[in-house]
Write a protein that binds this ligand. Structure first.
Ligand code: PLP
Ligand code: COI
Length: 340
């Protein structure tokens, strides 16, 4: 990928050289297996195919200013995969095996880590699924864990360019006591009808409301939501959203930067009081929101009226990406070097 157009890299799949696999059978995890095939041989009765027993993670490897490759808060992704696995009754992957698998996959594909300053990164996709054959609805006795990597640009085209979004009132991605807090594939399948409606209307992404009352902001399709007013970073508290590692980090950074932070219910009407709004996540990084259209009330909430991201959003974006790219001191100890 010597002469790649890194700055225009989409968020999509690009073949790299190696991926890693590992299998759980008879109550034990196998050693890691390195493969150069892009395909898997799956049993036709595997529980993942019939009953959606699957969870995944999303993380990134950064080529830093000093030339080293580093990962951001990998332990949090390892913990969340264990949490997701337990949520849909899969065998959890031990932290140490997760660590070895992701660091090895990145090192094996180091030539695909985009250069420092390009704005692109190497996306890491760990996936855990039920691979044992069964027909009854019950947890599988066998699991497969795979990790592949692919170089990516920002999820929303234009990176830090503000995006237009749309509230969804006729589809729920997750029920209040359902699987919204787990990073399981089924939540994303459930979000597609809403996502396509938003796309067809010319919006970059959908914003879901709480499924119980349809009164409060939940999260965006692929990212958490935040709003800013009166020097305060405000993000939803909900029983059906993913606990975003990026959001957790922004709360810590906002606090360090002297802002107040609140994790609480956000009534839809409160959108009119925010000075800034944004979506945050590993793939999305920080995407400032320019507009939120609510079809229920036929109202459009507008931010970034001059077309530019707001001041607090930019400060948070610069601080977060500064740490990830090694331009800023890693005050919180979030970055871990990948031995090449
Ligand atoms: N919410 C959803 C539904 C997501 O898919 C993601 C992406 O992982 C996030 C939020 C952001 O989470 P994180 O910051 O841990 O990537
Ligand atoms: C991520 O941000 O890593 C995700 O997994 C979101 C995904 C929908 C692209």
């Amino acid at each position: 990928m010597e002469n790649s157009d890194w700055k225009n890299l989409p968020f999509g799949y690009y073949k790299t050289d190696y991926n890693i696999r590992c299998y759980y059978k008879n109550g034990k995890w196998s050693d890691l297996e390195v493969s150069s095939s892009e395909h898997l041989n799956i049993h036709i009765a595997a529980t993942v195919l019939h009953y959606g027993q699957e969870a995944f993670e999303g993380m990134k490897a950064y080529r830093c200013r000093d030339g080293k490759i580093r990962l951001f808060r990998w332990e949090e992704n390892a913990r969340r995969l264990i949490f997701s696995a337990e949520g849909i009754k899969m065998a959890p992957l031990p932290m140490e095996l997760f660590r070895e698998a992701i660091f090895r996959t990145v090192a094996l594909n180091k030539k695909y880590v985009p250069p420092y300053g390009s704005g692109a990164t190497l996306y890491i996709r760990p996936v855990l699924f039920g691979s044992g054959a069964d027909l009854g609805v019950k947890p599988s006795s066998e699991y497969t864990f795979i990790v592949f990597v692919t170089p990516v640009g920002p999820y929303f085209k234009g990176g830090i360019t503000p995006v237009d979004t749309m509230i969804c009132r006729n589809v729920d991605r997750a029920a209040p006591l359902g699987t919204g807090i787990y990073k399981v594939g089924g939540n994303y399948a459930a979000s597609l009808r809403a996502q396509m409606t938003a796309k067809e209307g010319g919006y970059s992404t959908v914003i879901f409301l709480d499924a119980r009352e349809k009164k409060y902001i939940d999260e965006c399709g692929p990212a958490n939501f935040f709003g800013i007013k009166d020097n305060t970073y405000i993000t939803p508290k909900s029983e059906s959203i993913l606990n975003s590692i990026t959001n957790m980090s922004l709360i810590a950074l906002a606090d360090r930067m002297g802002m107040k932070t609140e994790r609480r219910k956000i009534p839809v009407e409160e959108l009119s009081t925010f000075e800034e709004a944004g979506a945050c996540g590993t793939a999305a990084v920080i995407s400032p929101i320019r507009k939120i259209f609510d079809p229920g009330e036929n109202i459009t909430y507008e931010y970034c009226k001059d077309g530019k991201p707001g001041k607090a959003t930019m400060m948070l974006y610069n601080k977060l990406t500064g740490i990830q790219n090694g331009d800023e001191p890693d005050e919180f100890g979030w970055m871990t070097e990948v031995e090449e």
